[in-house]
Write a protein that binds this ligand. Structure first.
Ligand code: AKB
Length: 340
């Protein structure tokens, strides 16, 4: 009999690290990890299978379907906002065509199994695009339905894939003769704020100045923060991001009122992050050296998001506020990591 598995794409990335560890330590899930780079050696014993491969490789995806019974897909693979601006067409291929491939695979699996495959999709605050700093100040906590004018390829890709997920869930081949009688994918998305992990460094994002400041200070490296000190974004630490994915995956579909949910923990200015980091690592050498282009991107993202729907529909609540994030998780774990 084929083994029931959880498929994780982008498994070697930041969220992948946290999610694989959590699933291995707290569940008996058989994890199939897929990434274009070889999986971190530390994660390998936690997975049933790890595959080096591309989500654009249809043959590979076809093989996966033949060999496994996929119950849930965490589709984490993506090119983040800064990196995507250097090659938008490649980013589009990976972020959109890659997601389409996985959605189609999920629908086929759902039809075969006669039960919906869950498709858990991390979207992002990059799906927002607020027109000016004045509007941003007036807007306050952005709701899921507002400000859908992203200015980055990554943001456009995330917003579009949220819609694709809704389409594959509820309208896939709606005019086909057999439509209505077959199962489709069960699509659920979370719009994450900037994520900070003690275990890994982000690559290619525009909210990366937060984690980069912290890791550079701990390593004794000089760091130029590329946004203004007053720049404020919502942030969340990795254990809470993983908690959100697990909660949303587990909740009965009947409780969900949306396909896409905001989540947040705390909002912090770059100056406030600087102050916390400087206090924890007094020898830190951090300056502000604004990169106007990257600043422009962050300026379109909300300072706060409204996560009322997630709180109501699936009992979302972060475990880590700002104080706990830095004092109980990030600073001790990063000190440990770099042996300070
Ligand atoms: C990025 O900066 O691109 C990501 C994100 C906000 O989704 N961290």
């Amino acid at each position: 009999m084929r083994q029931k598995v959880v498929l994780i794409t982008g498994a070697n990335g930041e969220i992948g690290h946290g999610l694989i560890r959590f699933l291995a330590e707290n569940t008996d899930a058989n994890i199939v990890a897929l990434d274009v780079v070889p999986l971190d050696k530390a994660l390998r014993p936690m997975c049933s299978t790890y595959i080096v491969g591309d989500i654009l490789d249809q043959m590979l995806l076809g093989r996966l379907v033949v060999e496994h019974e996929i119950a849930t897909i965490y589709h984490l693979a993506s090119i983040l906002s800064t990196k995507a601006e250097y090659n938008p067409e490649t980013a589009h291929r990976i972020n959109v065509e890659g997601t389409m491939n996985l959605l189609r695979l999920a629908v086929e699996q759902s039809q075969w199994q006669g039960t919906s495959v869950k498709f858990i999709y991390p979207s992002s605050i990059a799906a927002y695009g607020i027109s000016s700093l004045e509007e941003k100040a007036r807007t306050g906590a952005a709701k899921e339905e507002e400000w859908h004018y992203p200015t980055t390829m990554y943001g456009c890709n995330k917003l579009y894939c949220e819609h694709l997920g809704r389409y594959y869930d509820s309208y896939y081949r709606q005019l086909a003769a057999d439509c209505g009688g077959t199962e489709t994918v069960d699509f659920r998305a979370i719009r994450f704020p900037g994520l900070i992990s003690a275990e890994t460094m982000p690559t290619g994002g525009t909210s990366d100045y937060g984690p980069e400041m912290l890791h550079a200070a701990a390593k004794g490296e000089t760091y130029n923060c590329f946004v203004r000190p007053d720049t404020t974004l919502p942030f969340m630490v990795m254990p809470d991001a993983v908690k959100a994915l697990i909660l949303l995956e587990a909740v009965p579909k009947s409780r969900l009122t949306k396909f896409v949910y905001n989540v947040t923990s705390f909002s912090l200015s770059a100056q406030a992050i600087f102050d916390i980091v400087q206090e924890a690592f007094p020898d830190a050498n951090i300056q502000f050296a604004v990169d106007e282009c990257r600043q422009k991107i962050v300026d379109t993202w909300p300072e706060e998001v409204d996560d009322t729907a997630a709180c109501q529909d699936w009992d979302w609540e972060p475990d880590y506020d700002c104080d706990r994030s830095f004092n109980d998780y990030l600073i001790p774990a990063i000190r440990d990591r770099y042996q300070i």
